[in-house]
Design a binder for this molecule. Sequence first.
Ligand code: FAD
Length: 489
Amino acid sequence: VPIIVWFRNDLRLADNPALAAAVQDSATHGAPVIPLYILEDEATDATAPSSARALGGAQRWWLHGSLERLGACCTRRGSPLLLRRGDAGAVLEALVAETGAGSVLWNRRYAPALAARDAAVGERLKERGVDVRSFNAGLLAEPWTVSKKSGGHFKVFTAFWRHLAATLSPPRPTRAPATLKAPKDRPAGDALADWTLLPTKPDWAAGLRERWVPGEVAAQSRLAAFLDGPVGAYAAGRDRPDQDGTSALSPYLAFGELGPRQIWHAARHAADARPELAPGIEVFLREIGWREFQYHLLHHVPDLPDEPLDRRFAGFPWRTDAAGFRAWRRGRTGYPIVDAGMRQLWETGWMHNRVRMIAASFLVKDLLLSWQQGERWFWDTLVDADLAQNVGNWQWVAGSGADASPFFRVFNPVLQGGKFDPEGDYVRRYVPELAGLPRRWIHQPWAAPAEVLRKAGVTLGKDYPHPVLDHGAARDRALTLYRTHKRRA
Ligand code: FAD
């Protein structure tokens, strides 16, 4: 009797508890294993609950590469990955009927609407006598296993992490199975190419292809390379977009090509083997802690994608400004660090965390556009888009989220640029039309003397835009609006 392993955001063979359980059953009972991926094309219209959205364009590109590689790994082990498309419940019920499968195993998802749907799918299968089991592959600690001494969920990261770091002992990751027993009659599936996950016309994915290799193998080598040295300088380096100071593991985590337990154990091992790396590793694991915290929050506050966590922000009078929003998306605000970030995002599907904060702050506070608009744009363009991380971070920048990031703290793009991209190299890379400007003016070309601009070959308003707004005035406008709204709320 075959066992179906339903892959979702866990596109890896190692440290995959659902797969490991299936392989164990298979060894005991001689049952074949059917690895399955279902393309659940969510409704892209407004009726889709915001925690069950369709994948954005950048992630469709990534998914293609990831499934290609996972498929090759499954085939090599003996049982090819089956691809089907449609409503997951219906696909699974049909496949069970077709193959006579007795078990369906999967690793849990945490976005509230998806978790609820998975539970419903599980119930329906159980009613048909199918053995349904789910596992944790995605988190160090699932949200319902962590609570405050006084009861209730954590609302502040520091307390959450203090608690978690002291109590955690995640199980050791399992190895990828050596073989997978295939069913005698192979069920027919879709061809990956027919899913048209890759962009065709226009092909905007050249930068993504150049920057990334999706898949479990690449994830492992990226982790190993990072822990082999660069992590030592992470504490200071993580804030520098002009350097490769971070792990760039986020898309692998988003697709589950790598799991946090693998990171945890590899990092602990590296810290033991090379004590000089330990301080950087602590800071790095704390960031993995932030990822956990965002899942914790989203689980306990399921309307987080739609409503401000701090209810005083409900009904905040965001502006509408189509031209401003377009300038932001295209990296043409006239503020070089913001524009460099938005162009890095468009070109590579990723943006450095420090610049995400600066660019997000610019949208929400300078342009006074709702964080949801920015969050949706990130969703479509990030290869690491992850509902819990994206929504949690956007709310944090907007001042309505968890932890102390008050609305009145407005990022100054010129000062931030000077501090974190001191030579201007990051700007020069993504905003090449400013490459000739000396460091003194690179973050504020409008203030440069005419002679300097001429020498650098920059005509403002032609080669590069004038600022779409004056930051000082925009800051005052935001603070006034915030004070008035808070008084009313
Ligand atoms: P590293 O610095 O190497 O960190 C290691 C891992 O820790 C990351 O891969 C990530 O899993 C986690 N991490 C790091 N910073 C954060 C953080 N601030 N919050 C939560 N987890 C963190 N991250 C996403 O994965 N998906 C998103 O959709 C996303 N949207 C964001 C939107 C905004 C407005 C902001 C400010 C941040 C967002 N982040 C998001 C968080 C962060 O920017 C990325 O996780 C990070 O830049 C990924 O690069 P890295 O893997 O090199 O990170």
